[in-house]
Design a protein around this ligand. Structure first.
Ligand SMILES: NC(=O)C1=CN([C@@H]2O[C@H](COP(=O)(O)OP(=O)(O)OC[C@H]3O[C@@H](n4cnc5c(N)ncnc54)[C@H](OP(=O)(O)O)[C@@H]3O)[C@@H](O)[C@H]2O)C=CC1
Ligand SMILES: O=C(O)C1=N[C@H](C(=O)O)C[C@H](O)C1
Length: 260
């Protein structure tokens, strides 16, 4: 709810016509604490489920007209970075689900968080947040076990490895000094200090991630499977409700979960 008004928090959606954008709009329709007031997309769509959709060139005008407190972004990195100036100009908090940013793009988002709140997560499912905490504990406890990371997604996904796989890798590397080996082939023995990272793309698989920790006599497998995009949309909406109205800063989805 918007603080002090009792009205639903107005939010915008960047990438409104995409797989995730449409799911966010559908999922938000069932909530009374948030209302999607405008969508942004390059697609030639005037509206989606009753939500007006504008071109990214008109984002600043749309922010002035619809006054969203936050925008949920599931697009591509250039499109995310394309709206940050309008967010800063109109004080719109950014909830970023888009993956595949390079170091410069991430630095730009970090700089934006000095002016407006930015909450970024490579995966808005609650299960993955729990998995990340479990990964830290398992890698720390099972010293010397071989580590292998696998992810599987739908055949339309353009970035690889997935953002979530990279976050799992970062989490592993906070505990152990391992070097990623992407998509093994050829003739070379496995080194102790490596982690295999394997990617599959097929059908409309929503998102599967697995970290295997193998000792000589036992194997621990930590895995997560998203069964519906609604799980990501629900998390992103929870994040938008949580971050709207906060001070400019860099926020994580883990903080949302800890406080709700
Ligand atoms: N953090 C999380 O929990 C999740 C993250 N994701 C990530 O979200 C992103 C989007 O995924 P998904 O919805 O499947 O992808 P889609 O391609 O289905 O959707 C992206 C949408 O953004 C549109 N778009 C492209 N350029 C712009 C622009 N400049 N301004 C506004 N909109 C634009 C696309 O239009 P067009 O198709 O015409 O180019 C498309 O409609 C990916 O990076 C994915 O990895 C996905 C699921 C969960
Ligand atoms: O593109 C997707 O679909 C997904 N992308 C995210 C990622 O790259 O990790 C999250 C989820 O796995 C679905």
């Amino acid at each position: 709810m918007s603080e002090g008004t009792g009205e639903p928090t107005p939010i915008a959606v960047n990438g409104a016509a995409g797989r995730m954008g449409q799911t966010v709009i559908e999922t938000a329709a069932a909530r009374d604490d948030l209302e999607v007031v405008v969508g942004i997309d390059v697609a030639d769509a005037a509206e989606i489920d009753g939500v007006p959709v504008v071109d990214p060139d008109d984002a600043a005008t749309a922010f002035a007209e619809y006054e969203p407190d936050a925008i949920i972004d599931f697009t591509v990195p250039d499109a995310t970075l394309g709206i940050v100036d309008s967010c800063v100009e109109h004080g719109v908090a950014l909830v970023v689900g888009t993956t595949g940013f390079d170091e410069d793009g991430l630095a730009d988002l970090r700089a934006t968080s000095e002016s407006v709140p930015v909450l970024k997560a490579t995966n808005f499912s609650r299960g993955i947040q729990v998995l990340l905490r479990t990964v830290s504990e398992a890698v720390d406890a099972l010293e010397g076990y071989d580590l292998e990371l696998m992810e599987t997604h739908h055949n339309q996904k353009i970035d690889a490895p997935s953002g979530t796989a990279k976050t799992i890798l970062d989490t592993v590397q906070e505990e152990r000094d391992v070097e990623p080996v992407y998509g093994r082939e050829g003739h070379a023995p496995r080194e102790d200090d490596e982690i295999g990272v394997l990617v599959r793309r097929a059908g409309d698989i929503r998102g599967e991630h697995e970290l295997v920790l193998a000792g000589n006599d036992e194997v621990l497998s930590l895995s997560h499977r998203a069964e519906d995009r609604g799980v990501f949309a629900a998390g992103a909406l929870d994040a938008a409700a949580w971050v709207a109205g906060r001070n400019p800063d860099w926020y994580t989805f883990g903080a949302v979960i800890d406080e709700s």
